[in-house]
Write a protein that binds this ligand. Structure first.
Ligand code: HEM
Length: 617
């Protein structure tokens, strides 16, 4: 079993001057002093002395060999989190260091892996950056234990953690931006007193704030420094929970029952403390973490665990087995089993196969080019459209579930689960739509002349007749009965669209829920314009009381993003149309690009946009 250190840090040898790059002061920079040494400065202030192990893979590997460590998982230093900066600066900074650590790991002979950082003050940007990083080789993410006044049970952060679970990203929570600064300016007390308290606060907030109840059990999350003061003070927390209703928080179970939902590392620097942490958390929930190569880190990585009085089995778990699972690495047992396997499993006739499950042969038999002789690009034209239709299907599936959740929230206005679930599904919808916007670029590789070679065969087939596209519009609230006429030739599609016209839309579900929560006034005598204003003001009041409405604001933000992405889709489609057929009429008989330009003004949720205008008045 490999020995894996999940908590250690890096700094690149150099990085751009962040203060100049963003035009703001107090960014970290590096000042190399003598050979192999450097100082990290924050603005004019000395922050920390470091040495070449921070940036030199060779040095690291040598010291790992010395300490008997097979793998290190590197993360940045919290001083780079920048959660209190403008998001565009924090994101740019995250990207710089996320890419830099990958370069460092690339020289690590497969023994160096990394966790990325994200601008946690903005959940969308964080999710996107996490996804980008997971695609480029990071194993997960390191986050701070709070963002200003927001603890880890903040709905936005919970959404991000959900995204981590969805992405299979391991999460390391590191304390930072320590409390009580005014009384801890000396003696490194922010590190020795503030950090353990911050970490404990992070765990307690997640438990009592109900975050673990909302998050899937698949989330792999670990708290640094043995979980700070948490294990030692768990008895106190449990006692308060039992005897004081006010200390209950909103969690479903007593605090002790959540110990199987997170891990801690071993950076406690004392054998009895390690025994205690293992005794509290269980040997399967503690992992080697060293804080290497910083002065406060373990100087011989792994020595505390190796010299401890834990059993050999427990030591093996702490040194590597637990980390293997936490990081989602193939375990030694499974990889040996896999390599010992002589041949792949041959499924019997009755068993499902990849192909029979996904109906691959049927799928591949669904492309029927019309051009004779077949034009090379017509296959692309068909496949791109079919792919859009598949994603439209998934969007309808997810948006139907969003409507059902909002209706659930309307039926039970005090429950937050449905609101949270609606936001989670909407995030998927925005991600799908982002892909749909991008996908036009593939079709743009087709020359206009090549399209002309088979275009005549298409008439009158046109996107106008995309039943699912129109269904999406109707479902979101843009119901235009006139559009039904394009579907007369296909009675089933016509019937389905008629059903959508009758059913409550996403727009209806949103405002019905707000109404049942008492956040939207109803006035039966109001004109349509007045009702619109009431709805916009209902949204406005949500945003004006952020503390009480975070979950609903999250839903509104997702819907706004979705609305904006659909407009982007419309715009990219127009650009494609102009690129391929200029201002010609469409095969569906419309005026082509000039008709499509009118659709750019369409919005599913105009009240969400109006509220923004009202907010700035
Ligand atoms: C060479 C590529 C394409 C051309 C030249 C093109 C052209 C057009 C034109 C001219 C229209 C207006 C209706 C008409 O008169 O036909 C239209 C509508 C539409 N197209 Fe495309 N299109 C292309 C690719 C796509 C793709 C890949 C999709 C993906 C599903 C798509 C979906 C739609 C939809 C949904 C509409 C109806 C839009 C609305 O009514 O708001 N088109 N297209």
């Amino acid at each position: 079993m490999p020995v894996i250190d999940i908590h250690n840090h890096f700094f690149p040898r150099q990085w751009p001057d962040l203060a100049a790059r963003y035009g703001t002061s107090n960014w970290p920079w590096i000042r190399h002093t003598e050979d192999g040494k450097a100082e990290i400065m924050v603005g004019d202030r000395f922050f920390r002395q470091i040495y070449s192990a921070c940036w030199d893979a060779e040095v690291r590997l040598k010291e790992m060999d010395r300490d008997g460590v097979d793998m290190q998982v590197l993360s940045a230093t919290p001083v780079l989190f920048a959660y209190d900066r403008p998001v565009e600066h924090a994101l740019d900074c995250a990207r710089l260091f996320n890419d830099a650590v990958l370069e460092l790991c690339a020289q690590g002979k497969g023994r160096l892996k990394s966790l990325c950082q994200v601008p946690l003050q903005n959940i969308d940007a964080s999710c996107n950056e996490l996804s980008r990083c997971m695609r480029s080789g990071h194993l997960g993410v390191q986050i701070g234990n709070h963002v200003g006044a927001k603890n880890l049970d903040d709905p936005g952060i919970v959404t991000f953690l959900h995204h981590c679970a969805d992405e299979g990203a391991a999460v390391l929570v590191h304390p930072w931006d320590m409390l009580g600064a005014e009384r801890m300016s000396n003696y490194m007390m922010p590190w020795t007193v503030g950090m353990p308290a911050e970490t404990q606060l992070g765990i307690v907030a997640m438990i009592l704030g109900g975050a673990f109840d909302k998050l899937p059990a698949t989330l792999r999350i670990c708290f640094a420094h043995g979980g700070g003061s948490f294990a030692f003070l768990l008895g106190r927390l449990q006692n308060a929970w039992q005897h004081h209703p006010v200390a209950h928080g909103v969690c479903e179970l007593p605090p002790r029952q959540y110990l199987n939902r997170f891990s801690v590392d071993s950076a406690v620097f004392d054998d009895r403390a390690l025994q205690f942490v293992v005794g509290t958390m269980g040997a399967e929930r503690v992992m080697l973490g060293s804080d290497y190569p910083f002065p406060l880190g373990e100087h011989r990585v792994g020595s505390l665990i190796r010299a401890s009085s834990l059993t050999a089995g427990e030591k093996a778990r702490l040194l590597g087995e637990n980390a293997t699972a936490f990081l989602g690495l193939p375990s030694a047992q499974t990889s040996t089993a896999a390599s010992e396997q002589k041949s792949p499993i041959v499924p019997s006739d009755e068993q499902l196969t990849y192909s029979s499950y996904l109906k691959v042969p049927e799928l591949l038999a669904l492309q029927h080019p019309q051009s004779v002789p077949e034009h090379h690009d017509e296959l692309l034209f068909i496949i791109v459209h079919q792919t859009y239709e598949l994603w439209f299907r998934e969007l309808l599936h997810d948006l139907d579930a969003v409507v059902a959740n909002l209706q659930g929230a309307a039926a039970n206005p005090t429950s937050r689960d449905e609101v949270y679930e609606a936001a989670r599904l909407l995030r998927r919808c925005t991600e799908i739509t982002r892909v749909l916007v991008e996908q036009f670029t593939i079709l743009e590789t087709m020359l206009p002349t090549h399209f002309m070679a088979f275009r005549a065969k298409l008439e009158p087939a046109s996107g106008f007749q995309s039943e699912q596209f129109r269904e999406l519009e109707f479902l979101c609230g843009l119901k235009d009965e006139k559009m039904l006429r394009y579907h007369r030739p296909t009675p089933e599609a016509h019937a389905q669209l008629e059903r959508r016209l009758r059913e409550p839309s996403l727009h209806d579900a949103l405002f019905d829920a707000l109404r049942s929560m008492g956040k939207l006034q109803v006035d039966g005598t109001a004109t349509e314009r007045e009702r619109f204003d009431l709805r916009a003001h209902a949204i406005l009041s949500l945003y004006r009381d952020e503390r009480s409405n975070r979950d609903w604001i999250d839903v509104c933000e997702r819907l706004t993003e979705f609305d904006a992405l659909v407009v982007s889709w419309r715009l990219r489609h127009i650009q494609l149309v102009e690129r391929v057929i200029g201002v010609r009429m469409g095969t569906g008989g419309s005026a082509g690009a000039s008709y499509l330009k009118h659709t750019l003004d369409k919005k599913f949720f105009p009240e969400l946009w109006e509220a923004r205008t009202l907010l700035t008045e």
